[in-house]
Structures are given as C-alpha cells and as structure tokens.
Design a binder for this molecule. Structure first.
Ligand code: FAD
Length: 391
C-alpha cells in the first residue's frame, strides 16, 4: 500500500510538471487564445498526453486517484497551472475529474446488494475509458433550475434493455461539447419521483437531431469564450443509468472536490492577471496617482485573501471528517474577490484594459464564471445561510 501511494504521488508530480510545460507553451499564444471562440482538439490531445485524464482513475486501475482527501490538492494544482495560460481549456479540463466524482464512481468503491456487481463493472468500464484517452464532461444544467438538480424537467424512459433509457429535455452549459467523449446528465426516470444520474456516449453523435440530440444554441459566452458550453435539445436520446440508483446522494463529501477544482481555475487566472499587471505597472509605479496606488494595494490585499481561501478549502478537504461548508465558503469568497480584483486591476492599468489586445478584459469576464458554476450564486448563498444554523 505504502509503495503504491508513493508511486501515485510521484505520478501526480510528473503530470503536474508536464502540465506546467504545456501551460508555458500556451502562455506564448495567450493573446490569440483569448480571442478564440472555439476549442481546439490538438490542445486536448496534448492535455491527454500529460497524463491528466488519469486524475479520475483510481490507483488500483492505473490512475493517480487515491481518494479526495489525498488527491484533491494535486488535481487542483494541475488546473491552476493550466488556467494561468488558457482559462477555457482549464475549465473544460476541470469537468473530467469533477464528473467522475459526482457520479460516485471515484468515492464509492462498493455498492450494496443488489447493485454490487453492476456498479463494479460500470466503474471499471468508466475508468478504462479515461485511461484510453476519453475526456468526460457534463450537461446537467437546465434553464430555470438555478443549478438545483432536483428541479430538473428532463425525463428518461426505460427501453427494457439493460440500463438504457431514452432522454427527453432541454439542457444548457455543456462545456467541452465536441471534445468530450462521454457526458453525464440528470433526469427523472419514468414512474419515479427523484432525479438520477445518466451518462451518454457523445462520440460521432450528429448535432442535427437525427439521432436524438440537436444543437439548440451554440455557446456565446462573454467570458470563458471558447468552452463550447452549448445548449442541446434531447429527444429519445439513448443514455445509460447509473448502476447504483441514487448513489450520488451518498458521497461522503459531495461537492467539496469540484468546488475546489472550479476555484483552482479562477485562482490560476487571477495569479496570471496580478503578475501581468505588476510587470506592466513597473514603469509607472512612481507616478501613479493616489487612487491608483490605493486600488493596487487593494489588489494585493484581495489577491492574498484569495490565496488564503484557496489554501483553506484544500486543507479542509484533506481533513478526515471534512464537510462541504469550507469548500462552499471558499468558492463563494474567491468568486467575489476575483471579480473585485479584476475590476481594480482594469482601473489601475487604465482604459487600455478595454482593448481586445489587452488580456485584462478577458480575464475579468473569465473569473465571473466561478460564481455561476455549481452551486451557482443563489443556491450557494442559500446553502451557506442554512449551514450557519446547522453548524
Ligand atoms: C462558463 C460556464 C460553464 C458551465 N459549464 C457547465 C457544464 O459543463 N455542465 C453543466 O451542467 N453546467 C455548466 N454550467 C452551469 C452552472 O453549473 C449552473 O447550472 C448555471 O450557471 C446556473 O445558471 P443560472 O444561475 O443562470 O440558473 P438558470 O436556471 O439558468 O437561470 C436563473 C434564473 O433565470 C431565470 N430563467 C432562465 N431561463 C429560464 C427558463 N427557461 N425558464 C424559467 N426561468 C428561467 C429564472 O428566474 C432562474 O431562476 C456552466 C456555467 C458557466 C457560467
């Protein structure tokens, strides 16, 4: 056991090094990348070659996942490094380990009777797809649900064949559409009251509705402009149900991991922004006006607070009895602080930050994604408020 832990830690370090090299290449193309409205497959081929997809595969099956407590920080550091040079690629990448946690496959190794055998088989299959180079993503969100999965209106009708169902519904924010091979979603199975998890094979599926999936609206984000977070309409589209119904409700720390992973992306963006601004401002550091000096000092303060919140989230998840509260607080704090830092940077840098040749306006919009990511603002604040009394 000790030997396999050490090997996994070594593997994780080498993947992080590979990602840092990849990010250094991407950084040289930052301006061109920030103007993109689409993802480029070659970036994800290179990301796969770093070993990143193994973050969502347990050590026993050839990956580096040793449980959330041990693996969360390493994965977050990879995403943070990637986000320092390409926000959209990093956000799409963050979905891969988040999704395999969300399903419960990573955190619930054993199902009770009568699901044990099928769960085991499904987990093994899913991990093998990742080892084979398949990127996972999610298209759970539905307009009007405010990120609350219990409000899904999507339905899934059993076909009578194994775990195959037919999905009907409107889904949006499918980040990585066209890049992801497999995608999870949620829907209410016909004849049941509670929503459950389903997944679908997106490889070579046409987007014209001819096989049940139609592009309803292409992603047109002001920020995270290239994530291809498209809206899709599903009509009788074949999906497979989680082999352990309701498993996602039973994970020990639901949401803690992906809150950290989404936050890591924004931490990476803010670091790049502060570093770039500091270099740019060197030449006018002695001639800045009082307001600019004050705003810059606040950038320093808020940048520091972001680092503390990030570290606090990671540390909380590393505790044996970690709950959701700290990652939730950290994600909301970083979302607010990141927006504030970026606004201040733009003011100090000056009107040039409005130019599409300047990186700051893009970063300002990119960091705004964090507050909308699961759980989005309204839901997050409700949960934080409620948690205050529960604690
Ligand atoms: C950059 C980015 C990437 C994302 N990637 C993913 C992803 O990969 N997969 C994924 O599943 N989710 C993804 N999300 C979505 C995210 O997880 C949240 O679900 C989403 O941001 C919630 O949006 P919202 O708060 O605007 O809620 P919404 O439910 O969309 O809208 C909030 C409010 O708007 C009104 N409203 C909007 N549309 C309607 C409607 N049709 N009917 C009634 N009222 C309506 C309602 O008052 C509603 O309460 C992404 C989000 C962002 C910003």
């Amino acid at each position: 056991m000790q030997a396999s832990n050490e090997a996994a830690a070594k593997d994780a370090r080498s993947i992080l090094e590979n990602i840092r090299e990849l990010a250094a290449d991407f950084a040289g193309e930052r301006s061109e990348r920030q103007q993109r409205r689409e993802l480029v497959q070659a970036d994800f081929d290179r990301l796969r070659d770093t070993g990143f997809l193994r973050t969502a595969v347990p050590v026993e099956q050839g990956g580096i996942w040793e449980g959330l407590q041990r693996s969360n920080r390493a994965i977050c550091e990879m995403l943070r490094a990637l986000a320092q040079s390409d926000s959209s690629v990093a956000l799409v990448a963050s979905m891969h380990p988040s999704v395999l946690q969300y399903t419960g496959w990573l955190s619930l190794p054993e199902a009770p009777h009568p699901y044990r055998g099928a769960w085991d088989e499904q987990r093994r299959w899913a991990f093998q797809t990742a080892l084979d180079g398949s990127q996972w993503g999610t298209i759970m969100s539905e307009a009007g649900s405010g990120g609350d999965t219990s409000k899904t209106k999507a339905t899934a009708r059993p076909t009578g064949h194994d775990d195959t169902y037919l999905l009907d519904g409107e889904k949006h924010f499918g980040s990585g559409s066209g890049i992801t091979s497999y995608v999870i979603t949620i829907a209410v199975p016909e004849g049941e009251d509670e929503a459950d998890i389903f997944f679908m094979d997106m490889r070579d599926v046409p987007w014209d509705g001819s096989t049940g999936m139609k592009l309803a609206a292409a992603w047109d984000g002001c920020g995270m402009t290239a994530t291809q977070s498209h809206s899709m309409t599903f009509k009788d589209f074949p999906v497979t149900r989680s082999a352990w119904p309701g498993a996602s409700q039973l994970r020990s720390n639901p949401g803690g991991g992906y809150a950290c992973m989404f936050a890591a992306v924004v931490v990476g963006i803010v670091e790049s922004a502060i570093g770039t601004a500091r270099r740019q401002l060197q030449r006018k550091r002695d001639s800045m006006l009082a307001y600019e000096r004050t705003e810059w000092a606040r950038v320093e303060i808020e940048g520091w607070l972001i680092q503390q919140a990030y570290e606090g989230m990671l540390r909380a998840v590393e505790q044996p009895s970690s709950g959701n509260r700290e990652p939730r607080l950290g994600k909301a704090a970083i979302a607010e602080l990141a927006e504030s830092v970026m606004l201040r940077i733009c003011k100090v840098v000056g009107g040039g930050s409005y130019s599409r040749n300047s990186p700051f306006g893009f970063w300002l919009e990119d960091v705004r994604a964090l507050g909308f990511l699961r759980p989005p603002w309204g839901l997050a604040f409700d949960q934080i408020y409620q948690g205050s009394w529960d604690a």
